[in-house]
Design a protein around this ligand. Structure first.
Ligand code: PLP
Length: 303
């Protein structure tokens, strides 16, 4: 029948992440974003959180062997085009996810290295960051850290913290993180807005733009060989700029961007346009946010 035929071409995204009871971040946001992109969302739940726009009041972790059962169940029946990971909660969970991805030979993986919520709650213990780096980053198609997460991942390899005071600093940070093993890295600049000329914003009024830096393999046309004269992989650096929005409604922006990118990849888009479209989508979702709750409110996913 027509429904079976169209179902077989529906892009399928599996999200491995935590639930946000307030619906603004985590699995709940992911499913809204994936649906809004015309894709089919499936979930493997790593943890439940008791949460609202003001904070995280509890975390209840799902045992790693049960998480593995959820992944196996959907992969073996429905099938998965793209996997997106969000809050992973513990080292045991990260190890189970990496093993499942290898066992099922899942090829396209978007990793949002969720560590600390905007409200300050720890969603991954700091001590688990090195397991994330060692086990999951080598399997990732794209990693989407914000500046604090990028710095935490680098700290584990003995690097100094990288203060980001200019667009050049952000680019240097993205190039360093890309060396950790993910094919592509998008360092999100939302935590360090700049003035229009790309220099540091010293006051609230000077915050004019947000710059996101995408680093990955050079495009086939300019790559020729994949290595330069020194034997280093040829890379491209793409800067994606957006106007800075002074908004309290940014809850779940990270989750939403990674899910938008995952959906675009599942629909067959190339990485650079998939990321650019994802950033535009989140920008509009903040701009048209419904303004719910008293704290850091959710986005609008149906704009
Ligand atoms: N809760 C869960 C379950 C999440 O996965 C995330 C995000 O990554 C958050 C909360 C944090 O969202 P935000 O920092 O945007 O408030």
């Amino acid at each position: 029948s027509a429904s079976i035929e169209s179902g077989s071409t529906l892009p399928k995204v599996l999200v491995i992440a935590g639930s946000d009871s307030s619906g603004g971040a985590g699995l709940e946001a992911d499913q809204k974003v994936i649906s809004a992109h015309g894709c089919y969302a499936m979930t493997a739940t790593t943890a439940l959180t008791a949460q609202n726009t003001k904070g995280v009041y509890g975390i209840h972790e799902v045992p790693a062997d049960f998480l593995r059962k959820q992944i196996d169940a959907v992969v073996e029946d429905v099938g998965v085009d793209v996997v997106k990971t969000g809050m992973l909660a513990s080292t045991g969970t990260i190890e189970a996810v990496a093993q499942a991805i290898r066992d099922h030979k899942l090829k396209t993986l978007v990793v949002d290295p969720v560590m600390i919520a905007t409200t300050g709650a720890e969603l991954l213990p700091n001590s688990a960051a090195h397991i994330l780096r060692e086990k999951l980053l080598p399997l990732a198609t794209i990693l989407t850290p914000n500046v604090p997460e990028a710095n935490t991942l680098l700290l584990e390899v003995g690097q100094d913290q990288h203060p980001v005071q200019s667009v050049a600093d952000l680019e240097a940070l993205a190039l360093k993180v890309q060396k950790l093993g993910s094919k592509w890295v998008l360092v999100k600049g939302g935590h360090s807005p700049f003035r229009k000329d790309g220099t540091e914003a010293k006051t609230e009024d000077e915050k004019e733009i947000v710059v996101n830096v995408l680093v990955g393999p050079a495009a086939a046309a300019d790559a020729g060989t994949k290595r330069d004269a020194e034997g280093e992989e040829k890379l491209q650096v793409v800067k994606i700029e957006m106007p800075y929005q002074r908004s309290r409604n940014t809850h779940g922006t990270g989750c939403s961007l990674a899910s938008a990118i995952a959906s675009n990849l599942a629909k067959g888009m190339d990485m650079v346009p998939a990321v650019k479209a994802g950033i535009r989508y989140v920008d509009a979702a903040i701009r048209t946010a419904p303004g719910l709750g008293q704290g850091n409110g959710p986005l609008n996913h149906f704009h």
